[in-house]
Design a protein. Structure first.
Length: 95
């Protein structure tokens, strides 16, 4: 039997501090709460980023560091969702 269902992206619940760089600013108050190879959801306070805004994310975990270009793909009352410029399966596997 053929399935017409879309492929479900693996997501992982996480709790990790994230720095957001946009323009010449570096914002500290973000925490990653959901991660997939294609993007990340961040809880933020007192930060408004319009849809489409290009940012760079800085993450550190267990001695490894990542700097990832991303774009704001959606907003919610508690934070923002960002799509990575390039998929990050190695980040998903590491966390």
């Amino acid at each position: 039997m053929r399935s017409d269902r879309a492929t479900i992206t693996q997501r992982r619940v996480i709790d990790l501090p994230v720095f957001i760089r946009y323009g010449k600013r570096r914002f500290r108050g973000a925490r990653a709460c959901m991660l997939s190879a294609e993007g990340i959801e961040l809880r933020v306070q007192a930060l408004t980023l319009p849809l489409g805004t290009q940012v760079e994310l800085e993450l550190n975990h267990a001695g490894a560091s990542w700097r990832l270009p991303a774009q704001v793909s959606h907003r919610a009352s508690h934070g923002v969702g960002l799509s990575f410029q390039d998929p990050q399966p190695q980040l998903l596997a590491a966390l």
